[in-house]
Design a protein around this ligand. Sequence first.
Ligand SMILES: NC(=O)c1ccc[n+]([C@@H]2O[C@H](COP(=O)([O-])OP(=O)(O)OC[C@H]3O[C@@H](n4cnc5c(N)ncnc54)[C@H](O)[C@@H]3O)[C@@H](O)[C@H]2O)c1
Ligand SMILES: CC(C)[C@H](C(=O)O)[C@@H](O)C(=O)O
Ligand SMILES: [Mg+2]
Length: 367
Amino acid sequence: MSKYKIAILAGDGIGPEIMQEGIKVLKVIEQRNEVEFDLIEAPFGASAYFSHGSSFPEETQRLVDLADAVVKGPIGLSHQESKKIPVDQQPERGALLPLRKRLNTYANFRPVYLPKSLAHFSPLKAEVIGEGIDIIMVRELVGGLYFGAKEMGVNDQGKRYVREMLEYDEDQIAAILHEGFKLAQSRKKVLHNIHKSNVLKSSVLWNEVLEEIAGQYSDVTVIHTLVDAAATALCLNPGQFDVMVMENMFGDILSDQGGGILGSLGLMPSACLGENGKAYYEPSHGSAPDIAGQQIANPYSMIGSMAMMLEYSFNMVDEARNVWDAMQSVFDAGYSTADLSKPGSGIKLLKTADFGDKVVQHLMANN
Ligand SMILES: NC(=O)c1ccc[n+]([C@@H]2O[C@H](COP(=O)([O-])OP(=O)(O)OC[C@H]3O[C@@H](n4cnc5c(N)ncnc54)[C@H](O)[C@@H]3O)[C@@H](O)[C@H]2O)c1
Ligand SMILES: CC(C)[C@H](C(=O)O)[C@@H](O)C(=O)O
Ligand SMILES: [Mg+2]
């Protein structure tokens, strides 16, 4: 019997609601495999700030250090509410970025997936979706603008100013590019390198490093695309992309655009991987304060993140596949949550918990 300790950080907004559905799925996986999941909940995010005085309390820090994997719901407050917390202690700066740094999860895999049969979820025309969308965005997660030196103050002319640095060294760049190349090798052997070397020196170094290591992956074709052009191409012809590799900020923005072309951020799971098995799993989206507490959020992103954990942290590849298939079966049967079931769409509406229940039913049926 394998035993795994999983830190459960439910987070804010819709976090607890969608986490609940992911846990339902893990319980099923546990029942039918020689595996035991020790699920340990811990405070994290704005809710933790209010209850414990810190958005990443020490007890949670200790837990993520010893856990075999961490699953995390989205954190954060609405723009207005966030003013109740001092800027540096807000959960994005005070919890999420420190979690990424602590586990050194430099490689963030964000699948953007929509089979042809679900093209009606997308705001794009069926002919634009073509044979479907099947992209994995590989985002560098512990460098760049997010973690560079920052300074704010008043300059010699008495003007307030800010300076934040986009910093990378060659090892950080090589590490994420290797991830992109290896993934491309296991898929269509095409790597879209997303950059902005016409302006940013960071992209010039990025591309230099890419040229240096590309020889190790001679079976992979590299296609260079400027990030702004990539944004357009994602809307006009998403089918041209397979593996896209990019720095932190580009990946943040393009992955949300990925959710847009699918039809909902609720379809965006992700895996954040580091060295020596360190990993955490989270939806790509935020805490959705506009719909929190109403049981209308789509838990696909959270359940999908758990499927990625089964595959990457526990090597339970078949069960991960079963989870994806079960979610697909719910959609194929004509159901979805409110984000994808607009009035008149003909799609039968499910509450958050009902979606989780249906996934469980399909999983059990596929035993
Ligand atoms: N990794 C994270 O924890 C993370 C990621 C992004 C944003 N945030 C934080 O979340 C807060 C809200 O940010 P935002 O409103 O800009 O973005 P958001 O991703 O929370 O929401 C954007 C839109 O997508 C919808 N949406 C998101 N997830 C959904 C789901 N599972 N099902 C159905 N609809 C869904 C929301 O209702 C909203 O209309 C902010 O505090 C932000 O900093 C956290
Ligand atoms: C909340 C925020 C810090 C985070 C990011 O920008 O990385 C989020 O938008 C994401 O995409 O995970
Ligand atoms: Mg984002």
